[in-house]
Each structure stands twice: as structure tokens, then as C-alpha cells.
Write a protein that binds this ligand. Structure first.
Ligand code: GLU
Length: 422
């Protein structure tokens, strides 16, 4: 039977698996299988040619037992309510695993940013905030950037919120802002930086020497591009492959930074890279490397290609790149697959730091941000591995993802219990 790739179904399956292992209370399980709040809005936008187009947007607050909903807003032509629901569930587990005082939420708009002018995009962003303005706020729901979204858009959204909320201090309503409007030092690359700290720990415990490691990165957005730059800079690792939505390139001598920048500037895609071998995104995933870093979107490693993955380790920098069927295959094949909601938690942890700084009106240095980030993700990694060992000693041989789920779900369930929700 073909694998069902509906992301929300996948998120529920993952929860069910953890619930069974940890013998989760049935009522808590039922609450955690569904989002608490899920909204659909239609946003009219005046386009440059004078016509008005209607865009569909979503806002989901999955669970707020541990604090305000937190998560990014995705702009994607294939956005669906189920993708946003799944991503909001994953945010709930992400903030719980990191043990930061937030719940999980997510936003999304069906749109193709590549076909829109800057003015149209700004109008859409402001329209989104007007539509959902009553449901967000520093103590309610704190959005951030995600796929095809930028710090500039966050600034516009914050500005729109300032008007709605009649405030000159709107900064803590949204994170991932440019530093000029009180974004945090280090937030821009905090997703990839957190992933690099996790990579360092995972390499250590799996006996991989990063200096001699070959890496493939799928995706060249904010997460993928910084993963490429940082794995070279921090560890001297050799990144031999990188891709974007148009395809990928391989350079066994290591992708040259100057050539990569030139390709993106001149052709708008990494595929314009001079020399090297052109590959598809599918081929890149199956390339013979030590570490594979999927940094694009969900459902990239599935039941149909998981067996062909040659990497010893998969570092999930994207949200949801590995399906449950693939998860089982990788686990059986002894590929160490580090789950998304740990690997990319640096993004929301950076956002947490930004929110604290905005509320206090006192700002930290980049070094302070990175060292605090390192402490949190390293703690999460250690807790995940400790839980995995504990489960193993009880005869339960689970993947890193399941161990991380057990920790996160327990934290959210405990908060609900103390609050009297069940
Ligand atoms: N969009 C990022 C994520 O998926 C960051 C979310 C945030 O900073 O709130 O984790």
C-alpha cells in the first residue's frame, strides 16, 4: 500500500507511536492529537495590475499548555491546512524538548512569492496580520519566519500589529525581525547554528570525524545555506552537494563558496554553478556521503527511497523531511537519524532569546546568544540520548525521534495535568 504523505496524519502517527511506548494517559493523548485552535482566512490583496486577488491563509495554535503559541509563517504555493496543523504540532514538541516557555503554533499562506512584487508581498503580509490580529500577541501567539519568508516581512507584520494594537512597543509580538527593529543578534543563522551544535554532539557519540566528513545539503534557503557555510567554517567539513527547488550540484572537491554565490546571483539558482555535476534533488539525497542534511521541506525521505540513503547520519534541518516508514527503514539500517524538532530547534530558541530581549528592552551580544543556544541544544541532545538508553534498558529499542517525542509529550501532558485539563 502506498504510504500516506499527509503531514498531519504523519504527525499524529508519530505521536501515537510515542504514546504507546510511554503509556500516555488516553485523555491526554486525545487532546494532543488535535490542534486547540485552527483558523482559515481569506485575504484580499490589490495586485500591481489593479486587480484584487484573494489569498487563503491559515493560523493554527496547536497547544498552549506551556505558554503562548510559537512558530513560523510559511508562504508556499502548496500550503494546506493539514501542513500547517502538522507543523504546529511539531512546534509544540520542539518548544517542549528545548524546555522553553512556549506552546506550538504555525501560520501559512497559499502564495508563490517568486511571482509577486515586493509591494504585493507587503500588502499580503499586512493583510494576514489584519485578518489574524485578534489571535496574536506577545502573550498569545508569537509568529516568526519560515519557508519563503524573511526578516523584512516580519518587520512589516510587526508594523501592522502596532497599528491594530495601538502600541509603540510591538517588538515582542513577532520574532526573526531585522536587528534594526530589535531582532536579536545571531537569530539569522540560529537555526543552522543550533543544527551545527547538534551535529557536533551526534558526531561525537557516533564516532564521526567531522574534519574528514563529506556532507550533502538539500536546500539553499536560510537553513541550508547557513548549514553549508557553518559546517565548513566550524568543523572544516567538506560539503560536496547542495540543491534548491530547481535541482542540485555535486563537486567532489567541495562546493566552492565564490562559485556558489556567483551562480545564485547570476542565474538565481545553485544549478548555475560552474563545473561539478548536475543532479536532481532525489539523486542528491542518495549521494555517497557521511552526513545528509535535508534542509528544504517535508516528505523528502520516504518509504520508497529510505533504503537507498548511503549517509551514516541524517541531520533533519527541515521540518518533517523523513516519513514514519522511512524512519523505520533508517533505524533498521542503522542510519543515525537526528529528528527535526531537535536539529532545527535553534530557530525557535533564537526567537525565544529575541522575545526575552524585546520584553526587557536589553540586548545581548552574538556570543552570548550562541553560547546560550549551545547550552540548550546540547542539553536536549543529552536528554534524548539518556531517554533512548533508558528505554533500551527496558527492552525498547527506539529511534532518536521516538525518544525525543517521549520527552516532549511528557512535558506537555504534565503541564496540561497541572492546569487541570485532564
Ligand atoms: N520557523 C521556525 C521553525 O520551524 C522558527 C519558528 C520560530 O522561531 O518561532 O522552527
Amino acid at each position: 500500500m502506498a504510504e500516506n504523505l499527509n503531514p498531519f496524519l504523519i504527525a499524529q502517527q508519530q505521536l501515537d507511536q510515542a504514546a504507546e511506548i510511554m503509556e500516555l494517559d488516553k485523555t491526554a493523548h486525545a487532546i494532543l492529537r488535535e490542534p486547540m485552535k485552527s483558523l482559515t482566512v481569506n485575504i484580499p490583496v490589490r495586485m500591481d495590475n489593479g486587480s484584487v486577488r484573494l489569498f487563503k491563509g491559515f493560523g493554527v495554535q496547536y497547544n498552549t499548555a506551556r505558554g503562548p503559541a510559537k512558530g513560523g509563517i510559511r508562504f508556499h504555493p502548496k500550503e494546506t491546512i493539514d501542513t500547517v496543523k502538522a507543523l504546529s504540532a511539531w512546534m509544540t514538541w520542539k518548544t517542549a524538548l528545548a524546555d522553553i516557555p512556549f506552546g506550538g503554533g504555525k501560520g501559512g499562506v497559499i502564495c508563490d512569492t517568486k511571482e509577486m512584487s515586493e509591494r504585493e508581498l507587503e500588502a499580503l503580509s499586512r493583510g494576514y496580520i489584519r485578518a489574524l490580529g485578534n489571535y496574536i500577541g506577545p502573550d498569545i501567539d508569537v509568529p516568526a519566519p519560515d519557508v519563503y519568508n524573511t526578516p523584512q516581512i516580519m518587520a512589516c507584520m510587526m508594523d501592522e500589529y502596532a497599528t491594530i494594537a495601538h502600541t509603540n512597543n510591538p517588538f515582542s509580538v513577532i520574532t526573526g525581525k531585522p536587528v534594526e527593529v530589535w531582532g536579536s543578534a545571531g537569530r539569522k543563522d540560529s537555526t543552522a547554528m543550533g543544527g551545527m551544535f547538534v551535529l557536533r554532539e551526534a558526531a561525537k557519540s557516533n564516532g564521526i570525524d567531522l574534519k574528514n566528513a563529506k556532507i550533502a545539503v538539500q536546500g539553499a534557503g536560510n537553513a541550508g545555506m547557513y548549514a553549508y557555510l557553518l559546517s565548513k567554517k566550524l568543523f572544516g567539513a567538506k560539503v560536496v552537494a547542495i540543491s534548491d527547488s530547481k535541482g542540485g550540484i555535486i563537486d567532489e572537491d567541495g562546493i566552492d563558496e565564490a562559485k556558489l554565490v556567483k551562480a545564485r546571483e547570476e542565474t538565481g539558482s545553485v544549478t548555475g554553478y560552474e563545473g561539478g555535476t548536475k543532479v536532481t534533488n532525489e539523486e542528491l539525497l542518495e549521494w555517497d556521503v557521511d552526513i545528509l542534511i535535508p534542509s528544504a521541506i517535508e516528505n523528502q525521505i520516504t518509504g520508497s527511497n529510505a533504503d537507498k540513503i548511503k549517509a551514516k547520519m541524517v541531520l533533519e534541518l527541515a521540518n518533517g523531511p523523513v516519513t514514519p516508514e522511512a524512519d523505520n527503514i533508517l533505524h533498521e539500517n542503522k542510519v543515525f537519524d537526528v529528528p527535526d524538532f531537535l536539529v532545527n530547534s535553534g530557530g525557535v530558541i533564537g526567537s525565544y532569546f529575541e522575545w526575552i530581549q524585546n520584553r526587557e528592552g536589553y540586548y545581548w551580544t552574538e556570543d552570548e546568544v550562541y553560547s546560550k543556544l549551545d547550552a540548550i541544544v546540547t542539553r536536549s541532545y543529552d536528554q534524548m540520548e539518556a531517554t533512548r538508553s533508558k528505554l533500551k534498558s527496558h527492552g525498547k529499542n527506539v529511534s532518536p525521534r521516538v525518544a525525543a517525542y517521549v520527552i516532549a509529550v511528557e512535558r506537555v501532558a504534565d503541564a496540561m495535568k497541572f492546569r487541570g485539563w485532564y
